[in-house]
Ligand binder design. Structure first.
Ligand code: FAD
Length: 295
């Protein structure tokens, strides 16, 4: 009963010419870009991503060259999960502006600030897709009746697509969408999630956890204070032996690992390492946990 055994037919990625038709601001640092692929087929699976090569944008050429000189390697493509679901008429990605914290962050981020702040409506860009095994297996309903979405920040993007797709296809699954953010204002798709919950009360339960919210009026049974901890998981996953967990969010980066090796200090666990620790402590085996890491 391994989730990893999903028969995801690995298709060769295709390059598409996309036009940005709308930029919707979701939060102070995050936007959703709606893309028109000029009638090209959009045969992606919910949970998959597309790639964007930063070298194609003249506005980024100098920063790209500068970073490459300093890092000593070519800047790689960046991946963005589809925020839309296959049944929806418009293809969308949601992009969070990566932070630059002087003294802490080694290099300024390259592509996400441009996608978020570049006023890109009408811009044409090449995208490659669609890729990634973070999808539901065809026989998901034989494996479980409870899908647990365990996500943080922009890690909600592929799970939002999976959730919309599963509800649209009327798969006989219950969903728990456990979403960690810093503050109430950081929550992506807040209204859409609430609307889905109202439309499918028997199928969907959304619970937020906020780590840095100072306004106590937001807290209640469905909005908890603090990080996702073991007690909350125990409360929400009484069926931990049969549920399937799809976890997506920040994890220790390769740069963190390198620094940890150099300084001989263990890298600080991020969302994915922390929740995996809790899930394992609960007794949920790895084969019932599918994960995707950002960062
Ligand atoms: C499968 C997948 C799906 C994703 N989906 C989404 C999504 O839906 N939405 C979203 O917002 N993001 C998503 N991401 C993350 C996205 O691909 C980018 O990583 C993110 O947008 C940051 O890119 P950037 O060019 O802005 O920053 P980058 O230029 O990549 O910099 C990011 C950080 O890495 C550090 N860094 C970069 N290179 C080095 C180096 N050589 N040494 C040390 N530090 C370095 C920088 O200092 C900075 O802190 C996804 C990632 C993956 C793998």
């Amino acid at each position: 009963m391994s989730v990893e055994a999903a028969p995801a037919r690995a298709k060769k990625p295709v390059e598409y010419e996309a036009t940005v038709t709308e930029v919707r601001r979701d939060t102070h640092d995050t936007v959703t870009l709606f893309l028109d692929l000029e009638g090209a087929p959009r045969d992606y699976k919910a949970g998959q991503f597309l790639n964007i090569d930063p070298h194609q944008f003249p506005a980024l050429a100098r920063l790209c060259a500068y970073l490459q000189e300093h890092k000593g390697r070519r800047e790689p493509i960046r991946s963005y999960s589809l925020a839309s679901a296959p049944h929806e008429p418009r293809l969308a990605i949601t992009v969070k502006d990566e932070e630059f914290i002087p003294g802490l962050t080694q290099y300024p981020p390259l592509l996400s600030p441009y996608l978020v702040h570049g006023h890109l409506v009408g811009t044409r860009m090449k995208v490659t897709g669609f890729l990634g095994p973070y999808v539901l297996p065809e026989d998901v309903t034989q494996r479980t009746d409870h899908l647990v979405h365990l996500v943080a920040g922009s890690g909600a993007v592929p799970n939002f697509s999976i959730l919309k797709d599963a509800l649209h296809r009327e798969l006989p699954l219950r969903h728990t969408f456990l979403f960690s953010n810093k503050t109430w204002g950081d929550i992506l798709y807040r209204d859409e999630l609430a609307a889905l919950e109202r439309a499918h009360p028997e199928r969907l339960r959304v619970v937020h956890t906020l780590t840095r919210e100072t306004d106590a009026s937001h807290f209640g049974p469905t909005v908890r204070k603090g990080r996702v901890g073991q007690a909350l998981l125990e409360e929400l996953l009484p069926d931990f032996e049969t549920c399937l967990v799809y976890a997506c969010g920040p994890a220790i980066t390769p740069w963190d690992r390198r620094k940890a090796l150099e300084t001989r200090t263990p890298a600080t666990p991020r969302f994915i390492e922390a929740v995996l620790g809790h899930l394992h402590a609960l007794g949920i085996p790895d084969k019932r946990i599918k994960r995707e890491t950002y960062g």
